[in-house]
Design a binder for this molecule. Structure first.
Ligand SMILES: [Fe+2]
Ligand SMILES: [Fe+2]
Length: 134
């Protein structure tokens, strides 16, 4: 399942919004390519790209939470950790031929969209209310 970018995803923090768009784009590409058996190399590459890019993005958010003592830092970081583990799990399943296209990409996309709409929105609001510059 692919996710279409919609305005509700916007936090109005440019760098974060563009990273979120990029990450959703990578997951969508994964979905489109899992089913193509001859695209093994591409899928591996996309999973690596997703891991690397998510890592950079999550670290950027976490650095900012710590800088301003965001009260939900630990809970938010834990969620990032769950997602990173899930990417590894998908990669292992893919390499072992156990991949379930629908379940795995559905989970990644649903998780990520939900994370933006709930947890990321919370910090954007906190930063806005406290006049903090991301
Ligand atoms: Fe985020
Ligand atoms: Fe986040």
């Amino acid at each position: 399942m692919t996710v279409k970018w919609r305005t509700a995803f916007n936090l109005n923090i440019d760098i974060i919004d563009s990273e979120h768009q990029k990450l959703i784009g990578i997951i969508n590409k994964l979905y489109e390519n899992f089913k193509l058996v001859d695209k093994n190399e591409l899928v591996k590459q996309l999973l690596k790209e997703l891991w690397d890019y998510a890592d950079v993005h999550f670290k950027r958010e976490e650095k900012c939470f710590e800088k301003y003592d965001y009260p939900e830092t630990d809970k938010h970081k834990e969620q990032h950790h769950v997602f990173m583990n899930k990417i590894k799990e998908v990669e292992n399943d893919f390499l072992n031929g156990k991949i379930n296209l629908f379940d795995q990409t559905f989970f990644l996309n649903k998780w990520f969209a939900n994370h933006i709409l709930v947890e990321d929105k919370k910090y954007a609001k906190y930063f806005e209310n406290n006049n903090l510059q991301f």
